[in-house]
Ligand binder design. Sequence first.
Ligand code: SAM
Length: 276
Amino acid sequence: MSPIDPLPPLRTVLFEYGLEPRRSLGQNFLLDLNLTARIARQAQPLEDATIVEIGPGPGGLTRALLAEGAGRVIAIEKDSRCLPALHAIAAHYPGRLEIIEADALKLDIASIAHEGPLKVVANLPYNVGTQLLLNWIATPTWPPSWESLTLMFQREVAERIVAAPGSDHYGRLGVLAGWRTVSRIAFDVSREAFTPPPKVTSSVVRIVPRPEPEPVALAALETVTAAAFGQRRKMLRQSLKALGGEALLGRAGIDPQRRAETLSVAEFVSIARLLG
Ligand code: SAM
């Protein structure tokens, strides 16, 4: 297949800039530009959007986003070693790539000035991926500043995000994600696609905001789900005892003998609203 741009192959980039992957930064790089293009296409249309890419690393996904026509990419990278390689990409796409050296955990993406819809696209560092997602979902105001999230996670985390009631993967993350967003796994990516290969398979997840999630205080929803799934094998009358147990469940119209994993997101919301 022909290359997507005339820039050097990513293996050469790693070598030239001395980008030895670091486990402490969750660095598992994608060097196949056809694969990164497939991820980028999940976020289409790209032309009129501002794309925020977290952790561009040597720039495989960044290059794919630009080659696929992204109007503007803002790339946020913590590892200063990657910046020269990213600046070489910026020079090839004048005015379309902005590079910010920052810790994405400390950056509020709502503060990013942008034209057109804001879309987040990232092959996330596995050690902070879940926390970043929670930061983007648990914002004080809704709808959020972003229009979609296209994110690579470890398969097990992806399954927890998209999990429905009754599934073994259903838990706090699934309730929170299901309350405010609609999510699906787009496709899996095998370990061998990464340098170095991680321990497990990864998945690309597509997440879009629900326009009008049921109103409920986020803190109350978190309290209920933490208590319920903290003892997921127990009946709710036991696991929610400290919050009101049977009386609380009675007011919500929920059988106290049920277990956390059987409750729909709407049922968790109805309990949390009684705590508000
Ligand atoms: N996007 C590249 C790719 O697909 O090959 C690299 C993905 S690698 C899984 C994760 C990237 O996130 C690394 O470049 C790492 O340095 C960066 N990173 C790790 N923690 C970060 C943080 N807190 N804020 C911003 N970037 C971070």
